[in-house]
Design a protein around this ligand. Structure first.
Ligand SMILES: [Mg+2]
Length: 258
């Protein structure tokens, strides 16, 4: 095993392309995750703030991984942690679906529609035009906004659906105002949130992922041990263009402790 992985106490795992492909576990991935659990905490990390921890627990267990809610962390969870750290007691207007609203309420965030101190934009999969208009009104009136994650599109069976990054473009076009912070990968806040939650230093955390511009960039931005797996999107020939040093490159997650 690589010496940098020996002192790791938390393994952050991307999902699609890293532990499964099209909903089918990659060969050896389930056992690999079980071996990680013997060394430290395993967290499946996702930018998708339209799904909640129980959704991912169910999805992962259904295909054979043995996980509970401690093993899942979404950009929505990280945003709640961020708000509880920096905006405790402040009134938040949340633009997000019912699942995200529940996670915010369960997390102790004070929600307010008319007169908020801050706006949070999540992956809202069920809004109507009045709600979008109200959101833009608040922003134009000077309420700052943060976003759960930057992804422009979310993959679907047919192709893509518009994600938070596309909402940001619309809001910027309409209001001329940009978000003051975006929480999810590749940005730092979701990593800082994991560190605070677990009380760990950067070099005690490893990020395994198959995408250079999100997973690996995220590891680099946070000083985590970066582990690229070649089981998904990135290929070896993509590395020169990426141009940044990656700590460990593996054919798949199954080989992490060899
Ligand atoms: Mg991936």
């Amino acid at each position: 095993m690589d010496a940098r992985l020996k002192k790791v106490k938390c393994f952050l795992l991307d999902m699609d392309g890293t532990v499964y492909l099209d909903g089918v576990p990659l060969e050896g991935a389930i056992d690999a995750v079980e071996r990680m659990k013997k060394q430290g905490r395993v967290i499946f990390l996702t930018n998708n703030s339209s799904q909640s921890k129980p959704d991912y627990v169910e999805k992962l267990n259904k295909i054979g991984f043995k996980v509970n809610e401690d093993n899942v962390y979404t950009s929505g969870n990280a945003t709640v942690e961020y708000l509880n750290t920096y905006y405790k007691g402040k009134k938040i207007y949340l633009f997000g679906n019912e699942k995200l609203v529940k996670e915010f309420v369960d997390g102790g965030v004070l929600l307010e529609r008319e007169n908020p101190d801050l706006i949070v934009i999540g992956f809202h999969t069920a809004f109507d035009y009045d709600e979008l208009t109200h959101l833009c009104d608040l922003i134009r009136e000077g309420v700052p906004y943060i976003c759960t994650h930057p992804d422009i599109n979310c993959p679907t069976a047919r192709g893509f659906k518009p994600d938070v990054g596309a909402f940001i473009a619309l809001i910027e076009k309409s209001t001329g105002v940009s978000p003051i912070l975006i929480c999810g990968k590749p940005n730092k806040p979701i990593g800082d949130s994991v560190k605070r939650m677990l009380g760990l230093e950067s070099d005690e955390i490893a990020m395994f992922g198959d995408r250079l511009c999100t997973d690996i960039q995220f590891a680099i931005n946070n000083g985590f041990v970066s582990v690229l797996v070649l089981s998904g999107e990135a290929k070896l020939e993509d590395l020169p263009e990426f141009g940044q040093e990656i700590d460990i490159i593996l054919p798949s997650i199954a080989k992490w402790d060899e």
